[in-house]
Design a binder for this molecule. Sequence first.
Ligand SMILES: NC(=O)c1ccc[n+]([C@@H]2O[C@H](COP(=O)([O-])OP(=O)(O)OC[C@H]3O[C@@H](n4cnc5c(N)ncnc54)[C@H](OP(=O)(O)O)[C@@H]3O)[C@@H](O)[C@H]2O)c1
Length: 251
Amino acid sequence: MAGVSGHVALVTGGSRGIGRAVSLFLARGGAKVAVNYHRHHEAAEEVVAEIQKSGGVAKAFRADVQNAREVEAMVEAVARTLGAPDILVANAGIGDPDYRGAWNLEEEDWDRMIAVNLKGVYLAVRAVLPFMMEKRWGRIVAVASTSGLTGGTSGIHYAASKGGVIALCKALARECAPLGITVNVVAPSKIDTDLLHAVTPEEHIPRLLAQIPVGRLGRPEDIARAVLFFAAEEADYLTGQVLVVSGGYGS
Ligand SMILES: NC(=O)c1ccc[n+]([C@@H]2O[C@H](COP(=O)([O-])OP(=O)(O)OC[C@H]3O[C@@H](n4cnc5c(N)ncnc54)[C@H](OP(=O)(O)O)[C@@H]3O)[C@@H](O)[C@H]2O)c1
């Protein structure tokens, strides 16, 4: 099985949570991994060190995904140091721990959510596409959310950003299919990361667990497995799809 071996993967938000697990899984599969981070340099370096300890190749790259110039510079640096990126995992994202209903939502909080979660995907895609088009091969996997399908409980701006990612990827999949590039989405629900705990008061966790048929929160590794499924060479007839990874929550 070829999987992701020999490819160069860029994981946005690879420093923590789901992106961290995705970076480790890609490296274990034999890909060189560019671990993008924004604020947590040490966390990114820790992921890189763990990959290198197991004989893999990885490097940390700082960029704020909502900033076009920083994203372009990062992708050029990845190409120079690791090689042309041909796998993109657009995972970086934020939640809003202070959300208190649509009627209280400030315009700047709406703008920030859309800029990081949605525009950030567009900017990363735009920056990597020329490399994938030249190779006539590429894998783009976005990490959206079940909120983008159902509305969820994390706010209208979060749901809109994730619904936007799903629509973006479906349109992009059509454009990219003739170029040998597939585009798919993984939609997690409740995954045990810093983000989940920032937006979910601890006293709500038992009630949440009672609504998850599998009986536990998701682990970052559960999402990494789904990402690897789409990123593999063998997945060349899979495009424009959304894979919900939820432990049965909400279905
Ligand atoms: N956890 C869940 O239950 C859940 C459910 C559905 C969907 N998701 C989605 O899964 C993705 C990962 O979430 P997570 O739970 O792993 O979150 P997390 O633990 O908070 O990690 C977020 C990651 O995104 C990076 N990031 C945030 N803002 C960034 C920016 N402006 N530019 C570049 N990187 C940035 C962070 O980098 P730094 O640490 O360097 O700042 C970090 O590596 C997000 O898109 C989220 O919406 C999560």
